[in-house]
Design a protein around this ligand. Structure first.
Ligand SMILES: [Zn+2]
Length: 132
């Protein structure tokens, strides 16, 4: 995460970043990766994206989680790096991760491959049983 897009920056986080300029940081609290652990959101079978730290993953609102992942995606695009998947795919994976965080959906229910959707009967069942 670049420094300009930290959602809830603090003086402490700024100090920590000054002391660890070689590290990137959490997009929500701004603390660098040498002091906080990354929380990875799976976006492919062997690929993940970490816009937020474990602490923020536990406490941040759904809105902030969505926003910081979206901002990270734009950062990648702007830096010219090959992202390899669409923003829609990332946001879909974020939604699944959030549903899982709420305890509504377990991992086996969904597939991480881009373009693959859950079968309609599975979605209907999840809706009917209030898991989605
Ligand atoms: Zn954080």
């Amino acid at each position: 995460m670049v420094n300009g897009t930290i959602l809830h920056d603090s003086e402490q986080a700024k100090l920590e970043r000054l002391n660890a300029p070689q590290y990137s940081c959490c997009g929500i609290c701004g603390r660098p990766w040498n002091v906080v652990k990354t929380h990875t959101i799976r976006i492919a079978e062997h690929r993940g994206c970490f816009a937020q730290c474990e602490d923020c993953w536990k406490t941040a609102s759904d809105h902030d989680i969505r926003l910081c992942n979206e901002l990270l995606y734009y950062d990648w695009m702007n830096s010219g790096s090959k992202v390899g998947y669409s923003k829609e795919h990332l946001m879909e994976c974020v939604e699944w991760a959030l549903a899982e965080r709420r305890g509504q959906v377990q991992k086996p229910y969904y597939d991480y491959s881009e373009g693959k959707r859950l079968p309609w009967w599975r979605l209907l069942w999840l809706k009917l049983t209030h898991r989605l």
